[in-house]
Design a protein around this ligand. Structure first.
Ligand SMILES: [Zn+2]
Length: 382
């Protein structure tokens, strides 16, 4: 296990790119390249070790799988080495990742405890994903109007009136804002689910209609936590060096994207504090932009003829996102609670209504259904 993990503090230095002289770019012409839909493959040589680096059209952040140097193509005449370059060191291989996912599969009210024994693991894919982390401070001053009400007058003349009151405020926050370094967040399963606030746990209810709870939202976490200087050897330990995904978004664009997102966020925060915001000004101070590679395992398992995904963080050793069938007893419990509640309401009506039989009959039907569903659940296979 790697011990030389750099602690939480981040060196405050502008990641200055180094100009690497003449760009060495040549296109590997493919004989079958007649097909326009195929992305073109290009090649440059690693500025550090000279190894050939192949990359797809559109990729601009390329990491050498031999020495770990990352080259950024920021325009045709500007090839730079990314200096501020980190890795969340992977700690688990394929089998351990399946172990972590299996542990997750039996955890919680919604999943069957037997589930890990009944699934078959079909596909496992390692990926080392590129993220830009924009370290910055966002400062906002805003002013606006707040609608208020007050009561005026006495006795018969008493009435409420609305009036506007000027309000203002400041927002001041530090961020380590993550920007996924690729254009398409849907090319790999689960990338979007890792974004703070997005749904990351997806229960599969099948045909069951009373779908109460079971989903979860991704927490807001600092991707720089637990980082170390990028080391190709750490990836080689678990054979993940061949699974580095090149970035497509260069540093400048990542910075601009983070700025926009923070301006939007502050706008929303200001709007939540005033009925209308009339004036808002945000300044963002960028302290630095780091490239961090996050190793993950994408696992696919099948259960009862269906495929489900689980994404495991290979560094933090936890499930980032996952899909799982809801267990039969979770469904039975929900069914029984809902139906017994309805039965209780009708029984209460039966208690107050003057001798009417129908509320008791309805209560009996719902109560009986709950019991019948439990019996049926016991006989049915998971
Ligand atoms: Zn190299």
């Amino acid at each position: 296990m790697p011990e030389d993990i750099v602690d939480g503090t981040v060196p405050v230095e502008e990641p200055q790119g180094e100009f690497q002289g003449e760009p060495v770019e040549n296109t590997v012409t493919d004989d079958v390249a007649a097909d326009d839909s195929k992305p073109e493959i290009h090649e440059i040589s690693c500025s550090n070790c000279g190894a050939p680096l192949t990359y797809m059209e559109g990729e601009a952040v390329i990491t050498c799988e031999y020495c770990g140097t990352t080259t950024m193509l920021a325009g045709y005449d500007n090839i730079v080495t990314v200096e501020s370059h980190y890795l969340l060191p992977p700690k688990v291989g394929r089998d351990e990742a399946i172990g972590i996912a299996s542990g997750w599969l039996k955890k919680g009210f919604y999943k069957s405890k037997e589930l890990p024994n009944k699934v078959s693991w079909r596909e496992t894919e390692a990926r080392v994903l590129p993220y830009w982390i924009v370290r910055c401070t966002g400062n906002t001053r805003w002013s606006g109007q707040q609608k208020r009400t007050r009561t005026i007058g006495e006795g018969k003349n008493k009435r409420t009136e609305t009036y506007w009151e000027p309000v203002q405020g400041r927002i001041n926050d530090n961020y380590t804002w993550p920007v996924y370094a690729r254009e398409d967040t849907s090319e790999f399963w689960g990338i979007r689910n890792m974004e703070p606030g997005q749904q990351c746990v997806f229960p599969d209810w099948g045909k069951f209609i009373l779908r109460i709870g079971g989903s979860k939202k991704a927490p807001n976490k600092n991707l720089l936590e637990g980082k170390m200087d990028f080391s190709i050897d750490e990836l080689k330990k678990l054979n993940m060096q061949e699974h580095i995904i090149n970035g497509q978004i260069v540093q400048e664009r990542a910075e601009a994207s983070a700025r926009n997102r923070i301006i939007e966020l502050h706008q929303q925060q200001a709007e939540s504090k005033a009925t209308k915001v009339t004036d808002i000004d945000t300044t963002i101070d960028v302290q630095g932009v780091d490239l961090v590679y996050v190793p993950i395992w994408e696992l696919i398992y099948s259960f009862a003829g269906k495929d489900y995904h689980v994404l495991v963080d290979a560094s933090r050793q936890e499930v980032l996102s996952g899909e799982a069938p809801v267990g039969k007893w979770a469904k039975a419990t929900i069914f029984d609670i809902v139906f017994l509640l309805i039965a209780a309401i009708f029984a209460a009506i039966g208690g107050t209504a003057d001798g009417a039989a129908w509320p008791w009959i309805v209560a009996g039907v719902f109560g009986g259904s709950a019991i019948a569903y439990s019996i049926w659940t016991a006989t049915m296979k998971e």
